[in-house]
Design a protein around this ligand. Structure first.
Ligand SMILES: C[S@@+](CC[C@H](N)C(=O)[O-])C[C@H]1O[C@@H](n2cnc3c(N)ncnc32)[C@H](O)[C@@H]1O
Length: 305
């Protein structure tokens, strides 16, 4: 997944960055870093260039130089669209964050959107929506829902997995290109670009019967604002189905090497209790494959009493 815009606005610097990427792709990160440094002499204010340099330095195990480059990228872009902050945390240069920069998640999925389904479903065996739909069926049987909201809806795979079980399902996602694809699917009522917690807070209290979030919380990290907002937006008896990347039994929220979060069972239980939701179902499953490894998930359904 490319996270970095390709153009700095300076054609000569861009050519140098292209050479640097070629070196990196050939397994020569040291040479890539040297060429990137030459390019940065022309565009010293271009945050993505410093981020790339950080990646090359990290790849050649030059930790201090990587930290310096990522710090420069972070300082130049307060929104942190490249995600330098999480890289610095992974290198031990900053405390672990409790969330990823929203602008970074948005750009990541905007770039990924056109090949999201092909890459995730076909190549990586992604099953998030199917796991959530099966868990909802285990709790609710054949029940049909009136109003639903799919948070972090992406291209609309969750709507497909729910297969007409919701009379009107709306969607919200940070990434505009994902939203364009979800809208084109014709499976949703309204799909808006925005943050999940804000969209839930905008909804009248008790107005939803179902909320879903398939494979979203590994990017959100601390999801307690979302459980609280969901509890308020759900009608009594309403359900909230979601997956997380599985942590352990405890209350840990951990940023792992993949730069996604895992959640422990204790974290989930505490978040639901604090929001006033009941845990109706928690199963284990496999979310997808990543770098030849199965990614284990907790699949959860919570209910508003
Ligand atoms: C791995 S994709 C999953 C998409 C979809 N739920 C599915 O299962 O196919 C994660 C999606 O969550 C969205 N996302 C992450 N954090 C979000 C937030 N705070 N608010 C809204 N969307 C968010 C991303 O933009 C991305 O489209």
């Amino acid at each position: 997944m490319s996270r970095v815009p390709l153009s700095s606005g300076d054609p000569i610097a861009d050519r140098r960055f292209a050479h640097a990427r070629d070196y990196a792709a050939r397994g020569e990160p040291g040479a890539a870093a040297e060429v990137a440094e030459q390019a940065l002499e022309r565009v010293p204010g271009w945050a993505p260039g410093w981020f790339l340099l950080g990646e090359f330095r990290e790849a050649e195990d030059a930790r201090e130089a990587a930290v310096a480059a990522f710090e420069r990228a972070a300082a130049l872009d307060p929104e942190d669209r490249c995600g330098a902050g999480p890289r610095l945390a992974r290198l031990g240069a900053r405390p672990a964050p409790t969330t990823l920069p929203p602008a970074h998640v948005r750009d990541l999925f905007d770039a990924y959107a056109p090949r999201f389904e092909r890459s995730l479903v076909d190549r990586l065996g992604y099953r998030g929506p199917e796991l959530v739909a099966t868990a909802i069926e285990a709790v609710a049987g054949e029940r049909r829902f009136g109003r639903g909201l799919d948070i972090g809806c992406g291209t609309g795979l969750m709507a497909r997995a729910l297969a007409g079980r919701v009379a009107r399902l709306d969607g919200v996602d940070l990434a505009p290109t994902m939203v364009t694809i979800a809208r084109a699917s014709g499976l949703y009522g309204e799909v808006v670009v925005g943050d999940a917690a804000s969209e839930l807070e905008r909804r009248p209290s008790g107005s939803l019967d179902l909320v879903t979030a398939a494979d979203v919380f590994c990017y959100v990290g601390d999801f307690r604002a979302i459980t609280t907002a969901t509890a308020r937006a759900l009608a009594p008896g309403g359900l909230f189905g979601f997956t997380v990347e599985a942590g352990g039994a405890g209350d840990e929220l951990r940023l792992v090497d993949s730069l996604r979060f895992t959640h422990g069972r204790g974290y989930i239980a505490a978040a639901l209790t604090a929001a006033g939701l009941d845990l109706a179902h928690l199963a284990e499953g496999t979310l997808r494959r990543d770098r030849d490894q199965d990614i284990p998930a907790f699949v959860v359904v919570a209910a508003r009493p």
